[in-house]
Design a protein around this ligand. Structure first.
Ligand code: BT5
Length: 330
């Protein structure tokens, strides 16, 4: 384990001061090694303070480029912005310059984008990220990257203590049993069967039949007051009743995404991981597609990301659209 990353984890624990000897014992290193790691953190721009009771880190100290990169087990350079128009827009610019394996991360977006020219509300406190890569896969399989991002986001939310599920194709929701019951009682105005915690916007450019680059934009309402978000949205901090360690969250997100999309890994694993985390399967759904509406029971996901809907009159593979969860399971 990287000492600096372990040190950040320890300092971020409950936010209180931790003494040098306690840190040394906890990390299994010498006091001199702790001191050296603190100095390195300070040189990298972390405001680690020394108090009579020990070292103290400010709130969420590591949500910056070097903080996320410390000990990151994923092949991305991290470009952090306090404020930006859209991280996806920035990823596109980087792609045009020939870059790859970059994660653009921002605290706030002023021109966040959703799918189909919709907007994305992105106040300070969120995790707004776009991961740019150049995978060697056929263009037709690019939707698997959206699914991988949904799985990675769900896992990072769960690690942060929030029981997240995936709604086809790209939403991450919170829909506990009590929440679902309350929504049913309230006639679920949002039509989502849950409250939206995160959304994903994948953009790509292909050359003939191969992907040129893919930018997966992931927007997670991390430490955000739901009052600042559209109706039907929720945040990690609201669900868990306290702020989120965004450095750790982002590192988990990037590591999981890298693992799922690694060239040596079978992308098929993404489908089974997605199935295990999906709330859409088994539900009655209505999907608005470019070619009309499909209604029925969502029974499966098929390569590279199509929702299989049993309409009662056969099975339809729906490749893109807006999905509404209807009440009842059949
Ligand atoms: C999405 O679109 O869910 C994709 C959102 C992707 C956002 C990320 S942030 C990092 C990267 N940079 C960007 O500029 N974008 C990506 P869609 O399925 O079309 O949902 C959009 C709809 O969700 C809006 O029309 C609102 O109704 C709702 N919405 C907007 N902001 C929200 C928020 N913060 N939380 C929950 N729902 C929101």
């Amino acid at each position: 384990m990287n000492t600096r990353r372990a040190l950040l984890d320890a300092l971020e624990g409950d936010g209180g001061p931790v003494s040098g000897p306690d840190l040394a014992a906890e990390l299994g290193v010498s006091r001199a090694a702790v001191w050296k790691a603190v100095e390195t953190l300070r040189e990298a721009g972390f405001a680690v303070e020394s108090t009579p009771d020990g070292y103290v880190a400010p709130d969420d100290p590591g949500f910056c480029g070097p903080g996320i990169e410390f000990g990151l087990e994923a092949p991305y350079a991290v470009e952090h912005h306090d404020r930006i128009g859209s991280t996806n827009e920035r990823a596109r610019e980087l792609a045009a310059d020939g870059a790859t394996d970059v994660a653009v991360v921002a605290d706030e977006q002023t021109g966040g984008r959703g799918r189909l020219d919709r907007g994305w509300t992105a106040p300070s406190g969120g995790v707004w990220a776009s991961v740019l890569s150049r995978p060697d896969v056929p263009t037709a399989r690019a939707p698997l990257f959206t699914l991988a991002a949904a799985v990675a986001t769900t896992d990072a939310c769960r690690e942060a203590g929030v029981d997240a599920r995936i709604k086809w194709p790209n939403d991450v929701l919170v829909c506990g049993v009590e929440r679902a019951a309350a929504d049913d009682a309230a006639d679920d105005r949002t039509g989502r069967g849950g409250h939206k915690l995160a959304g994903i916007l994948t953009e790509m450019e292909g050359e003939a039949d191969r992907v040129g680059w893919v930018a997966v934009g992931i927007g997670v309402n991390a430490t955000v007051d739901p009052a600042a978000l559209p109706d039907g949205a929720t945040s990690l901090s609201a669900e868990r009743g306290g702020p989120v360690d965004r450095r750790r969250f982002t590192a988990t997100l990037l590591e999981r995404y890298a693992e799922l999309t690694d060239a040596s890994a079978a992308l098929d694993r993404v489908l089974s991981a997605w199935r295990e985390r999906a709330v859409t399967l088994g539900r009655r759904v209505r999907v608005d597609t470019a070619n009309g509406t499909v209604e029925g029971t969502a029974v499966d996901i098929a390569d590279p990301g199509a929702l299989v809907v049993d309409t009662g009159d056969g099975r339809r593979h729906v490749h893109a659209g807006d999905c509404e969860h209807l009440r009842g399971t059949e």
